[in-house]
Every structure is written in C-alpha cells, then in structure tokens.
Design a protein around this ligand. Structure first.
Ligand code: ADP
Length: 447
C-alpha cells in the first residue's frame, strides 16, 4: 500500500478540486483544470523518463535521479536493485579472483577441457609438468599438443576412476599421475600430480623387502639344511653333529642380529620415537667403548683412547652409544690382526668430534658416499664372515641426524679409515654444567 497511497490521494485531491470548480464555475472550468493537470503530469513524466534513461545507460558514472513522489519511489527502488547487483557482482569477482589465486598456488597441473577437448583454461603448473602455455594454447585441442599413444588411449577410455601414470613430456625424470574429472556440461578437468617422490619411496620399499628376504634366505637355508641332515642321519658322530649345531647357532645369531638392527632402524624412523634429551658423560662413554673394542678384538689389535676434552653432551645415551658402538665394531671387524684402533674425543672449531681411526683395509672413494645406505657393503663376504648386517652405518647416520650431527668418513684402500661423528656445539656441556651423569646400558640394548 506504501506505493499507492500518494498517487491515490493526489488523484482524489485533483478530482475534489475539479468537482468544486464544476460546482462553482461550471464544467468548462473543471475540464480546463483537468486538462492542465494532465499536461503537467505528461511533461513531468517525460522529464523523469529522460532522467531515468540517462541514468540506466551509465548507472556507475551518472548520478541517480532525485525526485519526490511516485517517481522518487521508483528511482529509490531501482537504485536499491542496482546496489544489490553491484554488491553481488563484486562478491563474484572476488570469489573468482580467489579461485584464480588458489589455482595458481596449486602445485598440481590443472587443465579445463571443453566438450571437444579444447583447452579452456590451465594453471601455471601446467607449463612446468605438461609444457602448456595457458595464453598460447587456449582453444587448442589437447590431443594435438600431447600425442603420446598412451595418453590418447587414456583420453579415449574415459575411465575416470583410474589415473594414468606417465613420464612428464617436459622432464623424463618426473613421474606424473594424470586424472580426468568430468564436470558441468561435458567438460573435463585434467589434473597432473608429481609422484616422483612417491615412486622413489616405493622403489626403496621394494628394494628393502628384496634385500631383507635375501639376507634371511641364506642363513635359513643353512639352518634348514643341517636340520635335515641331522634328522636323516641320527647315527652321526657327536663331533660332526656338534659342528653342525654350532653352524646352526651362528646362522641363527646372524638372523637375530639382522632383526635387531631392523627393529632399531624402524624405531629410529618412526615419527613418534622422540629424541630423549639427557646428559651423556662422553669421557666415561669413550672409556666404555674402548673396553668394548678390546673385548671384541680379543687381543688381536692395539686399542688406544685419546681424550682431549672432558666435555659432556646433551642427547640420547642409548642412541649415541649404539651409533658409536657400531663404528667401533666396524673398526675391529675390518682391521686385520696386529692393526691399531684409536678412539678420540676432541673439540674442533666449536664442534665436538668422536673419531674411530683404524689401520685396516680402507675404502675406495667411490664407495664412501654410499656407505650409509641400507645393506650397502664394499665386500659382502667379509661383512658376512664378521657377522655384519649391512645396517650398522645406516643406524649411525639416523642417530647422528637426530642429534643434528653428521658422519664424516676419510679412507683410502690400504691406508685405514677414520670415521668422525661430528656433533654441533649446541649439544656440548662443559664439566661445570654437567650435573647429572648417566651410567651405561649393556651393549646391544635396544635404542
Ligand atoms: P656391515 O654390517 O656390513 O659392517 P655397515 O653398515 O656397518 O655394515 O658398513 C657398511 C660397509 O662399510 C661394510 O660392509 C664395509 O664394507 C664398510 N666399512 C664400514 N666400516 C669400515 C671400516 N672401518 N673399514 C673398512 N670398511 C668399512
């Protein structure tokens, strides 16, 4: 009713005045009055229509018309409508801009294809992985740009659940997982994700399982063979049977060592295995490691300890003991009888270094960068003969990395080796601050 009351009341007033005029001066005066009013209304309407047309032509730049009465009401309502449209237009623009920014930031390549498989839009990652230039290639048929047979088959198959694993056409080192997602009216979104790292991890996992199986198969075959022999020949002389039992025990121990090392590695790698921070008395640990070297060597080597610092260290005693114990055990195992093994705890350029130096067989330069890989051995049979699992240095590397430390290896064939565990200064604690000194667990205790 808000809109109607004003025109109706004006009309009623005009009619009322016309009636009075009719009564007072006759019909001519009344009709003349009505004609005058009519002319005025028409002219006013024309003027307002002109203003309205001018404003509608360019509503953002021309001031909205201002009027009273019915026209004012109409202008006000139109203005409200225009403001609402403007607000939703700017909302839409900012949503579109946000989408554009998000699509630019997405690390995957994203390409929108229309019903004829022409490129409608793509994000910057499409250049990196697919070699597409969004400006240049807009409107091009994807089939003409990417002609590899397996890709064309993938497009034809329209199997939207199964991705295509393929090498990037731009960089053969990069593996991509391509997926088609249908949407809208016959359109498709082609997404290409870089899965190089996933593939590398998968290959590592496969290698690892193959290596573990291989490592277990040999001792298992040996044990199985002896068990069969003993079962088939119960009358075997005791001395021979005893030798078989010893060999079986050796191989069982080998499997046990392997499983222990595997468990240690898996514990070190598990995300929730947090580093235990405690004060490790390094001079005391060095002495314990020297005892360990002597007991492993059983008098075959000259073992020496050089303590040039009495600093302690913040870290996990069990882990550090296990890592340095592995270096010591390697030195004993790879140094021929009569050789020298030196353990040294020293400070160097604000870092702390635990060195294990031997006069053993040494290692050729090409092997050194790969020593900490799991199951990497320079001399496989020597490692096995001495009870090695091929995991020792992998464990050392893990432990050192967890402590912000590094392994530095210097070696040359026939010239012995030096394995340095280099710890950062931040972990050092000088004697006066070393309040609580820990005792040592027995060797082989799980990390
Ligand atoms: P393993 O159980 O075979 O000793 P590690 O991971 O401890 O495995 O060491 C990997 C390889 O590095 C060994 O197989 C060996 O060839 C070489 N290596 C390690 N320490 C020494 C050393 N002190 N002298 C010579 N070679 C070494």
């Amino acid at each position: 009713m808000g809109f109607w009351w004003r025109p109706l009341s004006v009309l009623a007033s005009v009619l009322f005045v016309a009636l009075i005029l009719w009564a007072a001066s006759g019909p001519v005066a009344a009709l003349g009055f009505l004609a005058g009013i009519q002319a005025f209304v028409m002219l006013r309407r024309l003027w307002q229509e002109f203003r309205l047309a001018r404003w509608l032509e360019n509503p953002d730049e021309v001031e909205p018309p201002d009027a009273s009465g019915t026209w004012g009401d109409i202008f006000y309502r139109l203005q409200k409508l225009q403001r609402r449209q403007k607000a939703s237009r700017s909302e839409l623009t900012s949503a579109l801009e946000q989408f554009e920014h998000a699509a630019q930031a997405v690390p995957d390549a994203m390409i929108i294809l229309n019903g004829s498989e022409q490129i409608e839009w793509c994000n910057p990652a499409s250049r990196k992985y697919m070699g597409l230039d969004c400006e240049r290639d807009r409107g091009q048929f994807i089939r003409y740009l990417m002609r590899q047979a397996h890709f064309l088959e993938f497009l034809d198959a329209e199997d939207y659940a199964r991705p295509l694993i393929s090498k990037s056409p731009v960089n053969r080192e990069v593996s991509l997982s391509l997926q088609l997602v249908p949407f809208g009216d016959g359109k498709k979104l082609l997404v290409a994700r870089d899965i190089t790292e996933l593939e590398r991890v998968d290959a590592m996992r496969r290698d690892f399982i193959a290596n573990v199986s291989h490592e277990l198969r040999t001792p298992l075959t040996v044990v199985g063979g002896f068990v069969e022999t003993l079962a088939d020949a119960p009358e075997l002389p005791f001395s021979e049977a005893h030798r078989y039992y010893e060999l079986m025990l050796d191989n069982t121990r080998r499997m046990q060592h392997l499983l222990d090392d595997l468990l240690t590695l898996s514990r070190l790698e598990s995300a929730d295995h947090r580093l235990k921070e405690e004060l490790v008395d390094m001079p005391a640990l060095s002495l314990a490691l020297k005892d360990e070297a002597e007991s492993l060597s059983r008098g075959r080597h000259r073992v020496k300890l050089e303590l040039t610092s009495d600093a302690s260290m913040e870290g996990s005693l069990q882990e550090i003991r296990s890592a340095l114990g592995n270096l010591v055990s390697n030195a004993v195992r790879y140094t021929p009888e009569g050789g020298d093994i030196t353990l040294r705890w020293s400070l160097r350029d604000s870092e702390a270094v635990f060195s294990v130096i031997d006069t053993g067989e040494g290692i050729a330069a090409e092997h050194i960068p790969r020593l900490t890989e799991r199951f990497y051995r320079v001399d496989r049979s020597r490692s096995r003969e001495t009870g090695g699992t091929g995991l020792g240095l992998a464990i050392v590397k893990h432990v050192l990395t967890r402590h912000g430390a590094r392994l530095d290896v210097q070696s040359a064939p026939g010239k012995g080796s030096t394995f340095n565990a280099v710890f950062p200064a931040a972990r050092l604690r000088m004697p006066e601050t070393s309040a609580r000194i820990l005792s040592f667990p027995a060797r082989g205790q799980a990390v």
